[in-house]
Ligand binder design. Structure first.
Ligand code: OGA
Ligand code: MN
Length: 298
C-alpha cells in the first residue's frame, strides 16, 4: 500500500530509507510509483529486513526496467549462481576461488559499467552476509557535484567527453578478456559526455565513471590528467556523500546516472556476500538547457 510507505532521508546530500514495504511481494501500482518517485528524489534507497532469493531480487528490480546482464568478472571468480542477471560481490572463497568480485579491499569511487555504450540506469544490491565492521558503501550526489562546480569549470566540462576505461574493476582487478594498459588514450571503453542529463528528472549531473585510465577526448594526456584531477577532487568532497553500514537483509538501490559509489575495506577473515541486479539504461546524453526545452523540464 502506497499509504504505508515511510520515506526517511539518511543524510543532507543523498539517500533515504523506505519503510513499510516487503520487496518479496510485487508492489501494486501506487506503491511502485511512490518508490520510484522517492528514488528519483533521493537517488539511493535503503530497504531494511528484506528476504529475497535471486528470482525475487530479479522480479523486484525488473519493475524499473529490463535487467542488464551482469558485468565481466575477473578471471579467478567461479560464479555459482544460475542467472545471467545476478552479479555476486563477495570475498568468500571456495577451494581458493572467489565466488564473486571485489574481494575485501577498498573499491574506489565509480559508477557501474560506464565503459559500456549503454550503462545500466541503476542497480539493487542485497546483503546476504556482512562483516561485523568495515565494508561500508559510500554514495555521492553527482547533481550536487555538477551544480557546485565553479562557473568556468562548469561551462568547460559541459563541452567535454570522457573515455571510460573497461580494463579494470573498482577494486583494481582486470576483467575477463582484458589486458592491463597504462595509456588512457588507447585503453578500451565507451566515450560519454562529462555532464549527463538525467533521462527522467531532466537534471544535469557530472558523469565520471572511474578515475583509473579515464581520458578527456581531444586533450593532451597532461591536460586531461590535470583537469580530471581537479574535477574528481571537487566531486568526491564529503559533503556530497553518505556511507551506509550494512545489515543482513538490506537492499540498496542506486541511480547510476547521477550517483557514484565506493566501498571501504574490511577484515579479510570476515565473510561478505552481496547479490546485485542491474537495470538496462540509455546512452548518456547532455541536453543543454535552452529556452526550447525549459518548459518541458519545468
Ligand atoms: C557494486 C559495488 C560495492 C559494495 O555492487 O556495484 O560497487 O559495497 N559494490 O559491495
Ligand atoms: Mn559498483
Amino acid at each position: 500500500m502506497a499509504t504505508s510507505l515511510i520515506v526517511k532521508p539518511l543524510s543532507p546530500a543523498i539517500g533515504a530509507e523506505v519503510g513499510g514495504v516487503d520487496l518479496a511481494k510485487p508492489p501494486d501500482e501506487a506503491t511502485f510509483s511512490a518508490i520510484h518517485a522517492a528514488w528519483m528524489r533521493h537517488l539511493v534507497l535503503l530497504f531494511r529486513d528484506q528476504k529475497l532469493d535471486d528470482p525475487g531480487l530479479e522480479r523486484f528490480s525488473a519493475r524499473f526496467g529490463a535487467l542488464d546482464r551482469k558485468p565481466l568478472y575477473t578471471d579467478e571468480v567461479v560464479d555459482t549462481t544460475t542467472s545471467d542477471y545476478v552479479c555476486v560481490i563477495s570475498n568468500v572463497k571456495i577451494d581458493d576461488k572467489p565466488i564473486g568480485d571485489l574481494g575485501d579491499g577498498e573499491s574506489v569511487w565509480h559508477t557501474d559499467m560506464s565503459y559500456n555504450e549503454f550503462p545500466p540506469l541503476g542497480a539493487a544490491l542485497h546483503a546476504l552476509e556482512v562483516p561485523p565492521g568495515g565494508g561500508e558503501t559510500g554514495f555521492t550526489n553527482m547533481y550536487l557535484a555538477y551544480e557546485t562546480l565553479p562557473p568556468v569549470l562548469k561551462r568547460q566540462v559541459e563541452t567535454l567527453q570522457c573515455k571510460h576505461d573497461a580494463t579494470r574493476n573498482s577494486a583494481g582487478g582486470i576483467r575477463r578478456g582484458m589486458s592491463a594498459t597504462s595509456d588512457p588514450r588507447t585503453s578500451p571503453g565507451a566515450v560519454h559526455p562529462m555532464v549527463r542529463t538525467h533521462p527522467v528528472t531532466g537534471r544535469n549531473a557530472l558523469y565520471l565513471g572511474r578515475r583509473h585510465n579515464a581520458y578527456i577526448v581531444g586533450l593532451s594526456l597532461e591536460e586531461s590528467e590535470a583537469l580530471l584531477n581537479e574535477i574528481w577532487a571537487h566531486a568526491t568532497q564529503p559533503q556530497f556523500s553518505w556511507h551506509h553500514s550494512w545489515r543482513v537483509g538490506d537492499v540498496l538501490m542506486w541511480d547510476n546516472s547521477c550517483v557514484m559509489h565506493r566501498r571501504n575495506a574490511f577484515d579479510p577473515a570476515a565473510r561478505r556476500v552481496m547479490h546485485r541486479t542491474q537495470i538496462k539504461g540509455d546512452k548518456p546524453v547532455f541536453q543543454p538547457l535552452t529556452a526550447a526545452n525549459l518548459t518541458v523540464r519545468a
